[in-house]
Design a protein around this ligand. Structure first.
Ligand code: XMP
Length: 336
């Protein structure tokens, strides 16, 4: 007689048992549904002995770090630190065009920043302990939280799927070795739709629970060519308008993933009585069951018309919007 309510109670009891009376748990959050649900569950189980860390890598969506802070910390009470490392990431990414290089830089820097933050939390814990022996109840960081789902568990034991080998996905395996952290994976028996149901029960807002996936390397793989602050701003603005209009049209839940891509080419246009020479934005939207294959999404024309007119009017530096009508295969979902 399995229900999500009994799952929550059992899982919280299991986490408490695994973690014992003391010892801290650290986990990265991204603003995605899996890491948010896992974080909230840990908070329910062990309160402030769980530390969530969000790394702002400079290639997040517009206002993403602020929104995650509001949701997880202010609304849900999760013990969260947001680390603004955008300068460090963007400096490392300067001049880099190769997509795998972008992924490696972001993956490695992420691990580095996350480890630094873990060390800071550990140092603060030791200081607290010196000042107040009662703080011993919290102890050292012993666990690393990961929002691994059942399909990831299966994939990693049985085969390396194309997404794992064609494009590098990063993880924080180094932490396990260097800090001798043990792994805790409260979602490892769940499918995505179950994680969403769990999220709703835990009070995660509906718009987050149903969110499209967002890749770890973020906008860096949606900006073709070099990633600069200016390019990030343009990509963020286009993305915000695109997603807002999809939501307003009530189409968000029919689409598996939608995003804007910024091309590194300039095209001629005309605005008022002036000739312009500006960049091109590509809109991508797909429907898929498992992201291994995907169909491009057929929009009502008036929605595309509104998106295009808003992007060209509101995003400086863009004078042309195109729609991607490629399926996977042969195209992948992302352009890089
Ligand atoms: P592709 O482009 O391989 O995308 O058809 C399939 C799904 O994987 C996501 N994706 C990534 N996610 N790091 C991630 O965390 C990555 O480097 C990465 N590359 C692709 C993509 O957004 C889509 O949901």
């Amino acid at each position: 007689n399995w229900t999500m309510e009994t799952f929550i109670d059992k899982e919280i009891a299991r986490i408490r048992q695994i973690c014992g009376e003391k010892g801290r748990v650290i986990g990265a959050v991204s603003g995605g549904v899996d890491s948010s649900v896992a974080a909230k569950l840990m908070h329910e189980a062990i309160g402030d002995r769980f530390h969530a860390v969000m790394v702002d890598n400079g290639v997040l969506r517009e206002n993403e770090a602020i929104q995650v802070h509001k949701m997880l910390f202010e609304d849900l009470g999760v013990n969260l630190t947001v680390v603004d490392a955008s300068d460090r990431f963007l400096t490392k990414l300067e001049g880099v065009e190769d997509p795998e290089q972008k992924r490696k830089i972001i993956g490695n820097m992420f691990i580095h920043v996350f480890e630094e933050e873990a060390a800071k939390i550990e140092a603060a814990a030791e200081k607290e302990l010196e000042e107040n022996p009662k703080a011993e109840a919290k102890g050292k960081i012993e666990w690393l939280l990961q929002g691994t789902l059942y399909p990831d568990v299966i994939e990693s034991i049985s085969f390396k799927g194309p997404s794992a080998t064609i494009k590098t996905h990063h993880n924080v395996g180094g932490l396990l070795k260097d800090m001798k952290l043990k792994l805790i994976e409260p979602l490892r028996e769940l499918f995505k739709d179950e994680v969403r149901a769990l999220g709703r029960l835990l009070g995660i807002p509906a718009h987050l629970v149903g969110r499209h996936p967002f890749p770890g390397p973020g906008l860096a793989i949606r900006i073709l060519g070099p990633v600069t602050r200016e390019q990030v701003k343009i990509a963020q603005k286009a993305d915000t308008i695109y997603i807002d209009e999809i939501r307003r049209a009530g189409l968000y839940d029919q689409i598996s993933q939608a995003f804007a891509v910024l091309l590194p080419v300039k095209a001629v246009g005309v605005q008022g009585d002036k000739r312009t020479y500006d960049q091109v934005v590509v809109l991508r939207a797909v429907q898929t069951e498992d992201f291994m294959t995907a169909d491009w999404y057929v929009f009502p024309p008036e929605v595309l018309r509104r998106i295009s007119s808003r992007i060209t009017n509101e995003v400086a530096g863009v004078n042309r919007v195109t729609y991607d009508i490629s399926s996977k295969p042969p195209g992948t979902v992302e352009w890089l």
